[in-house]
Design a protein around this ligand. Structure first.
Ligand SMILES: Cc1cc2nc3c(=O)[nH]c(=O)nc-3n(C[C@H](O)[C@H](O)[C@H](O)COP(=O)(O)OP(=O)(O)OC[C@H]3O[C@@H](n4cnc5c(N)ncnc54)[C@H](O)[C@@H]3O)c2cc1C
Ligand code: FES
Length: 235
């Protein structure tokens, strides 16, 4: 069990939860989170948003029962975190763009932080698309060479694909599929973070199946990050 440091509502249904302790984790990995007894039965997967020396942070949107319980947590309440799980984004060299749609921006903060510590990264641009209102622009700017925000349109319209060797993306499948399709024309490799319903989080139950060109994969264990061109999108 760990203790909540803070649980700040940054907009309507979006919260930043900071938990005390020394935690491990790489960009794109996630934890199975619970702050309740028997019900709901399953823990909920949340990506690592940030890690410091003595804390871990999650950026989450209230969706249903589990995240609604999380949203009521107060400082010094207890929480259980299991992880880090999954394969995150790869360490790569060159020019990189991170593209987040909505709450899909959550894993891209730690990703930007860890990539910015890598001397082999020549350019790190961040793109964030929102339906209503932009959030956390100033926070993400810290690690970005350039930051591009789109509200109520298509963030994909802003991307100059020929500038990048790699694009890492997380958000609605339709957005990620579009990025994979658009990047084909260039030599840009796209890595996508896939979101599926999860039960065990560790590869045992097969609830989180993701279709790929080489057969079904487990999003929790083989992903959540996959090479975009390998994924067979549901949209
Ligand atoms: C690897 C991974 C990382 C994620 N990271 C984040 C994050 O950083 N921030 C964030 O806001 N959300 C994230 N999500 C989505 C988050 O897990 C769901 O919003 C959350 O589980 C919903 O739970 P609930 O009890 O509030 O909703 P309910 O709808 O009551 O959940 C019922 C069941 O469905 C599952 N479920 C519902 N929606 C989703 C979903 N979209 N994805 C996966 N399982 C779902 C729940 O785990 C639970 O088993 C992530 C999902 C995955 C798979
Ligand atoms: S959630 Fe059980 S195998 Fe992925």
């Amino acid at each position: 069990m760990a203790r909540v440091i803070s649980n700040e509502c940054i907009r309507q249904d979006i919260f930043v939860l900071r938990v005390e302790g020394k935690f491990e984790g790489k960009m794109g990995q996630f934890y199975m989170v619970r702050a309740w007894g028997k019900f709901p039965v399953l823990s909920r997967p949340l990506s690592i948003h940030d890690i410091g020396e003595d804390y871990i942070e999650f950026l989450y949107r209230v969706q249903g029962q589990g995240t609604s319980i999380l949203s009521k947590l107060k400082p010094s309440d207890e929480i259980s975190l299991e992880g880090p799980y999954g394969n995150g984004f790869p360490l790569v060299k060159g020019k990189i763009a991170l593209v987040g749609g909505g709450i899909g921006i959550a894993p891209l903060y730690l990703t930007a932080k860890q990539l910015s510590e890598n001397e082999d990264v020549d350019l790190l641009d961040i793109y964030m698309g929102f339906r209503n209102e932009a959030i956390l622009k100033e926070k993400y700017e810290e690690f970005a060479d350039n930051i591009y925000i789109n509200v109520d349109g298509f963030i994909t319209d802003e991307i100059d694909f020929k500038k990048y060797d790699y694009i890492f993306t997380c958000g609605p499948e339709i957005m990620m599929k579009k990025i994979v399709d658009m990047a084909k024309e260039y030599h840009t490799k796209v890595y996508v973070s896939i979101e599926k319903r999860m039960a065990c989080g560790v590869g045992a139950c097969l609830v989180c199946t993701c279709k790929t060109k080489s057969g079904n994969k487990r999003t929790c264990k083989d992903g959540p990050v996959f090479l975009g061109e390998d994924v067979v999108f549901d949209v």
